[in-house]
Ligand binder design. Structure first.
Ligand code: PRT
Ligand code: ZN
Length: 210
């Protein structure tokens, strides 16, 4: 049996379940259950917080998972991206207050940047030889500059309306992300076979769409 991790409730939940359904895999409506047996496929669906999915897949609690590439790269666990899924598209970007237009990259030196993505941000800062202070907060990052907690933020952006309403603008994109399918590195031959079967179906669904 293949154990498939899906976000319990959030932006990727609906599209992930829809994709499974299009692959002929039924997921019964479980009232808030942690796991549920799939219909028409030898699989079990585990409903998890997106942040936990890479670790559970690495540790073999789940065999595969549907999760944002941004989370996969931030958590940096021993998992493999086996397919890009085309939904949940967003960017991870540094945003600045509108009052600080057109600064040079080096002017980020000494700034305090609020983010929920310290790993990706620090790696990018290092690559660009910028010495900034990262301030980790888990939610509502966009209000940090307004309350004086930070000079800039590094957060996910899709339409840009959150930045706009907080008088920020997208300054630099660090990553373009979408939902991906990740797999553990040590799947048994039986589970590998089920994953291949699922991948074949996912690719057929994608082909039919584009
Ligand atoms: O509860 P759990 O931990 O599972 O969920 P979560 O709240 O951490 O994640 P969730 O459901 O918000 O997002 C899940 C995934 O969706 C993310 O990891 C991304 O891969 C993807 N995604 C796509 C987004 C966005 N677009 C997005 N716009 N995730 C978050 N946002 C937020 C962003 O953080 C900001 O607050 O939406 C706001 C910006 O949106 P715009 O449209 O105003 O620019
Ligand atoms: Zn989360």
């Amino acid at each position: 049996m293949l154990r498939i991790a899906v976000q319990k409730s959030g932006r990727l939940s609906e599209d992930s379940l829809k994709l499974l359904k299009e692959c002929g895999i039924g997921v019964p409506n479980g009232n808030n259950q942690l796991k549920i047996k799939a219909e028409n496929f030898d699989a079990e669906i585990l409903f998890l917080r997106d942040d936990d999915i890479p670790e559970y897949v690495q540790d073999g609690v789940a065999d595969i998972g549907f999760v944002g590439e941004n989370v996969v790269l931030e958590k940096n666990k021993a998992t493999e991206i086996v397919e890009r899924l085309g939904y949940g598209k967003c960017r991870l970007s540094i945003a600045l207050p509108k009052t600080r237009k057109k600064i040079e990259l080096k002017e980020l030196n000494g700034m305090k940047i609020a983010t929920s993505y310290p790993f990706i941000l620090n790696r990018w800062l290092k690559q660009n030889k910028i010495k900034a202070e990262t301030h980790v907060i888990s939610g509502s990052v966009e209000i940090a500059p307004r309350i004086g907690l930070a000079d800039a933020i590094c957060d996910l952006v899709s339409s840009g309306s959150t930045l706009f309403s907080n008088e920020l603008y997208e300054y630099e994109t660090l990553l373009r992300s979408e939902a991906v399918l990740i797999s553990g590195k040590q799947l048994s031959p039986q589970r590998k076979e089920l994953l291949d079967k699922l991948l074949f179906r996912i690719r057929s669904v994608k082909k039919a769409k584009y």
